[in-house]
Design a protein around this ligand. Structure first.
Ligand SMILES: [Zn+2]
Length: 62
């Protein structure tokens, strides 16, 4: 399974439906997360980590 598919499962399991993918970057609430393989070995690990991308500044609309 690709990282992208794992990330999709992860966020959907968390009950989040308001997300999208920009190529291999997950975007939730205007925040971009880089996908990284996780190898922590914990039994409930889904094999993917979401790393908050420092790349683009964003502004939260109030
Ligand atoms: Zn892990």
């Amino acid at each position: 399974m690709s990282l992208k598919a794992r990330a999709r499962e992860k966020v959907e399991r968390a009950g989040i439906s308001n997300y999208s993918f920009d190529h291999d970057v997950l975007v939730m609430c205007g925040v971009r997360y880089t996908l990284a393989a996780c190898s922590c070995g914990e039994p409930d690990c889904d094999g993917v980590r979401l790393e908050r991308s420092p790349g683009m500044p964003h502004h939260i609309l109030q």
